[in-house]
Ligand binder design. Sequence first.
Ligand SMILES: Cc1cc2nc3c(=O)[nH]c(=O)nc-3n(C[C@H](O)[C@H](O)[C@H](O)COP(=O)(O)OP(=O)(O)OC[C@H]3O[C@@H](n4cnc5c(N)ncnc54)[C@H](O)[C@@H]3O)c2cc1C
Ligand code: FES
Length: 310
Amino acid sequence: MNQAISMSDAPPLRDGAHTDGTAGACAAPFESGSDSPGDGCAGTMAQHLCVIRSNEWVNDEYKHMVVSAPAAALAARPGQFFHLECPSGQRGTAYLRRPMSVYRIEPADGRIEFLYKVQGVGTQGLSEMVAGDTLNALGPLGHGFALPDACDHVLLLARGVGLATLAPLAGHAVAAGARVTAVLSARSRALVMSEAYLREVGAHAHIVLDDDRSSDLVPLEAKLRVLHGSNPFSFLATCGSNRMLALLQRLGAEWCVPGQVAIEQLMGCGIGACHACVRPFRAEGDVGRRSYRRVCWDGPVFDIQETLPW
Ligand SMILES: Cc1cc2nc3c(=O)[nH]c(=O)nc-3n(C[C@H](O)[C@H](O)[C@H](O)COP(=O)(O)OP(=O)(O)OC[C@H]3O[C@@H](n4cnc5c(N)ncnc54)[C@H](O)[C@@H]3O)c2cc1C
Ligand code: FES
């Protein structure tokens, strides 16, 4: 079942919300890959009732949920998210929905996947759902990643749960003809996820770990410099770590390579109405000025140089 949210339900628009001078989110369908204000967005946001196919642990902290989803939900783009209604679980009831990125979209098979860390009351409720249960998912929401026109080599730099958000960009970029290098950072080898998935879609995956200090900033920067030296990056994408964001901001500025970051923020409505998710950003073209944007509505994917660490 889908219950579409019409334009008249959309929250008020804010001037100058996007770096391209447009405002508002994706309440209307946009052509995939278009240069319209909706580039990086797709689909009419709607409440979807999805049937859970599986919901399994992948390690001690993360679960992988696979659902059957209707066509409107399958229009989701990498970096977009769904606002999930979480059932009551052992830790109680989450009254607000919880935002979750799309981890994998397989339109031909009618399925969407989520990779999530079981943290608190909401994700605990999600973790207790089983095959055959119905997941109420509002979306797709927000602006996803938008690759530049000339894009030969994409770097994905992900830490922890940031991987769930970046992973679908790998297949998308490969399909667009780009080489993809994914650098996955984790505390230990046991917490590295999605290596096989990334290789399956054609990405070149590199692992850096806290255990052996290869994830420390100095060796990580050295590794990125070697990778860029052998095959220059044309787009940088990151999610999941402040220090990795700062590193890519510095390297992107030095190399004159554009990039985007997907950020996480506690949310209320998820559709731009409550302003619970507002964060400060560097105003475009004026590093001294701040602009304030709603992560759910104006993001969650933002220009890497405009994003302030949190
Ligand atoms: C756009 C977006 C996409 C996301 N995608 C994913 C994803 O693909 N996989 C995934 O595991 N998580 C993702 N998250 C984070 C996820 O929404 C939170 O982990 C979840 O809301 C926690 O809910 P809870 O009820 O289990 O925990 P709560 O009881 O609400 O909180 C548990 C702990 O987590 C902290 N926390 C809760 N929400 C956030 C947040 N948004 N950012 C930082 N800290 C938070 C709380 O402060 C608290 O310390 C995403 C968040 C956003 C905004
Ligand atoms: S969560 Fe309500 S405006 Fe973003």
